[in-house]
Design a binder for this molecule. Structure first.
Ligand code: DQA
Length: 147
């Protein structure tokens, strides 16, 4: 069965209480449950990780090589700063979809720049928790070479 690695970056463990007007009111556990349910419908396996540490995210991306067929990644604040996460995605060459709960282009100007997006197949942003569900559907299409 095809496997997709989902990585949630820093501060996403606080979803639910963290700026709900920006990120929605669902907790990370609720989002993960949505992903598990969608994965079952799509007949794929998901492995889900959350980390507040840049190096751990890099290692999770490395670990996906040979294990997963695609990655969903919300780099959170590292989106705008992390050369090493960008380089890890480029190194493993797994189709990666960048995910954001909020529309990063409709917020502060400094959030408009994503360092990681250029090595991703695409970006799903602005649909709160549903961004992850749409991204998982996109991952399934990528794995089946529909796109
Ligand atoms: C985020 C957007 C980032 O700018 C922010 O730093 C986050 C969450 C999102 O999912 O909307 O932590 O990645």
């Amino acid at each position: 069965m095809a496997k997709v690695l989902v990585i949630h970056g820093p501060n996403l463990n606080l979803l639910g209480m963290r700026e709900p007007e920006v990120y929605g009111s669902r907790t990370l556990a609720e989002i993960d449950a949505m992903l598990e349910k969608e994965a079952e419908l799509l007949d794929i396996e998901v492995e889900i990780k959350q980390s507040n540490y840049e190096g751990e995210i890099v290692e999770a991306i490395h670990g996906a090589f040979g294990e997963s067929q695609a990655i969903l990644l919300n780099p959170a604040g590292y989106t705008h700063t992390s050369v090493v996460i960008r380089d890890a995605i480029a190194a493993v060459r797994l189709p990666t979809i960048e995910v954001h709960l909020s529309n990063i282009w409709a917020r502060e100007e400094w959030r408009e720049k994503s360092i990681t997006a250029s090595v991703c197949v695409g970006v799903v942003a602005g649909f709160e928790a549903m961004s992850y569900v749409f991204a998982l559907r996109a991952a399934k299409s990528l794995i089946e070479r529909e796109v």
